[in-house]
Design a protein around this ligand. Structure first.
Ligand code: GAL
Length: 369
């Protein structure tokens, strides 16, 4: 289902992504990816992780304890993710009562306390969706010191942190998708419509607004950068009217789009949302403003939430990108199992995104059921 590749997040890509955003808007600073911790943290004393993992391989998965930290339960995509993760872990043989999934409530201090409790409880493996990706080194050090294998998900620790896992041969990996691709797909969905169809105000440019996710997930910066890059790579001139941070949240996204529509009115031709929850909020605001997607404005998201795929079929949302929570959750569980069996993992395991337009939306919807 998913293919593995070693993903190297180059410094140049990170640096380039910091330049994205409308000059002068609040988005100029908000477009920068999360402050990535680059200094070397002191390597923790590993409690012989290989030996621990081998010991854990004795007995079957039903007796193994899994601790799962989610950055916050109040997130549409991560809800689908954690439901699939639990389902798949049980299918693989873990006992439901041995799988503990906790809500970090979008607070790193809360999540750090939860990780401490899992360590005290001697879980056999940890799966962590960090609240702050910059906390990775601290979290890694205490988990390594406890001799527990760890699979990071959704919020990718930076390159320097991943290098430490490699250099120290720690049982730590990241499972996720390359968000640059999701941004590129968003841009391509608009580019494929052609300038004539998109350029309603006939200024020769694609006038857009960008609604970004929480910068703690580098997905936000990459989607912002690469959606626009796909347009310029296809030869279009672009004009960023507004760039705001909606924190992946439907209500917040809707509010920001409503404000932009009031300010820029009919000049807005495309609304890029870094995720579908915010696209749902945007759709409501677009309707409230008397605009019609496909007729006088375009709207794209990422995730392929069932509701959004339904709107792609009906033409109320132009397109989205399937952020495959099945492949990511199953991939994370498989990585955890390999650690428990003492097999080890590559340190960066990647999954694929799929572009969703009216042409394949029904097929995607069927695969989500
Ligand atoms: C993204 C996803 C968003 C949100 C975010 C949380 O990959 O597209 O909807 O869930 O992760 O970090």
């Amino acid at each position: 289902m998913f293919k593995k590749v070693i993903a190297i997040m180059t410094a140049s890509v990170l640096a380039a992504s910091m330049l994205v955003g409308c000059g002068g808007s609040t988005g100029a600073s908000s477009s920068a990816p999360a402050e990535q911790k680059t200094e070397e943290a002191a390597p923790a004393e590993a409690a012989e992780p290989a030996a621990e993992a081998a010991a854990a391989a004795d007995g079957d998965l039903a007796s193994k304890k899994v601790g799962v930290c989610i950055y916050q339960f109040n997130d549409n995509f991560m809800t689908l993710y954690r439901q699939e993760l639990e389902r798949y872990l049980i299918e693989q043989g873990f006992a439901k009562e041995n799988i503990t999934i906790v809500d970090g409530a979008n607070d790193q201090a809360t999540q750090s306390g939860q990780i401490d409790s899992f360590i005290a409880d001697k879980v056999d493996v940890l799966i962590i969706n960090l609240v702050n990706s910059s906390s990775a080194a601290t979290v890694t050090d205490k988990v390594v010191a406890a001799g527990i294998p760890l699979v990071y998900i959704n919020r990718e620790p930076d390159k320097a942190e991943q290098q430490r896992w490699e250099d120290n041969n720690w049982n730590i990996c990241y499972v996720g998708c390359d968000a640059r691709k999701s941004g590129t797909f968003q841009g391509e969905i608009i580019a494929d419509l052609g300038l004539d169809a998109v350029d309603f105000n006939k200024n020769g440019k694609i006038d857009y607004i960008m609604i970004e996710g929480d910068p703690e997930n580098v997905d936000a910066a990459y989607r912002t950068e690469f959606s626009v890059k796909a347009l310029t790579d296809a030869g279009f001139e672009v004009n960023c009217l507004d760039d705001q941070v909606g924190m992946w949240d439907q209500a917040k996204g809707g509010e920001l789009v409503a404000n932009s529509l009031t300010q820029y009115g009919n000049d807005i031709e495309v609304v890029f949302c870094n995720n579908d929850a915010m696209a749902l909020g945007a759709l409501q605001s677009i309707k409230n403003a008397g605009r019609t997607v496909g007729k006088d404005i375009y709207l794209v998201g990422v995730d392929a939430l069932t509701e959004v795929v339904g709107y792609v079929i009906s033409g109320e949302i132009t397109g989205t990108v399937f952020n495959n929570h099945f492949a990511q959750a199953d991939g994370a569980a498989d990585a955890a199992i390999r650690y428990l069996k003492g097999e080890g993992n590559e340190h960066n395991i990647q999954c694929d995104y799929t572009k969703v337009t009216q042409a394949n939306a029904q097929e995607i919807l069927d695969s989500l059921q």
